[in-house]
Design a protein around this ligand. Sequence first.
Ligand SMILES: Cc1ncc(C[n+]2csc(CCOP(=O)(O)OP(=O)(O)O)c2C)c(N)n1
Length: 336
Amino acid sequence: MTKERAIRKDETVLASSLAELQIVTSSAARNLTLAPTERGLLGFELPAAVRFYQQMMLIRLVEERLLDLFSQGLLFGTTHTSIGQEANAVGVINALDRDRDIVWSNHRCHGHFIAYSGEVEGLIAEIMGRVTGICGGRGGSQHLCFRNFHSNGIQGGIAPVAVGSALARKDEGAVAVVFLGDGTMGEGAVYESLNLASVFAAPVVFVIEDNEIAQTTPKHLTVSGSIVARAEPFGVRTFAYDGNDPIAIYELAQEAVGYVRAESRPCWLYLRTERIGPHSKGDDTRPAERLEQARARDPIPPMRRRVANADEIDAYCLNVVDRAVESAAAAALARG
Ligand SMILES: Cc1ncc(C[n+]2csc(CCOP(=O)(O)OP(=O)(O)O)c2C)c(N)n1
């Protein structure tokens, strides 16, 4: 197994100390154009572990609330939550330069979006079909467009767009990131994108969130061979991680993004993860035993144990979500 293809496990990555990480992240002058409220919501002033916990809790609480709103008939369209996968969103997005880099997300985009923007109120209003939503209530859950963040519900369809955007913005030192699931490995556009990204030297990070299921179809029924090894024949370097620690994911994503930016080459960032919630609403057909395995890898409890003021953060996040729902409910519905 080559160095690039080795899958990292928690034991190896956690060797770097949290203290070191805090110094690195707090000195990085990122996110300068974000508004003060967003800076507060995303906790940029906080040490890395606390910041990541706060962002993960925001994602978790927003998505739990969305499922609740859906069951009350208060959402427009569908909604795919990333409950259980929050560490990926937080680890990867925090490794980016939010002002410069471009994010292309998929149907399961809320977590990526919140970690990018902190726009909890705008997201909830969007999914409730309100004019105050980030796309005026017309994009809905899967089609978000905000600054350099875009999502699209067509599996794999956004990968060629990510490659094109990376080429277009390459001279500015921008990196494009595209999120794909294991169930999207059957889409031809993914391989065409990998091929051209390699041939044209496009700075794209292909992030694969492998939760071993596509809607109700387990991975082994539709995906052949190794997802980790898939990019190698295209001459694309691979970074891989199997675990639920956002700090480990952040460190690996920093390495991957650093490589892509410095070398102006694509990379394949494989993350083995777990979907704890349903595919979209109440549609989870997995056996109880498999769900139990997924819950055992929930990234939030271990982070909770590492953060001294977790109760305080939970209360803050809950308040943010409550206020966002109230304000969305008070806004007018989008027309047309
Ligand atoms: C081209 C296309 N085919 C089918 C769908 C319907 N669909 C939406 S999500 C999904 C499963 C995606 O699985 P995966 O890529 O593993 O991502 P996950 O849902 O697990 O995050 C399917 C089949 C779609 N959106 N686009």
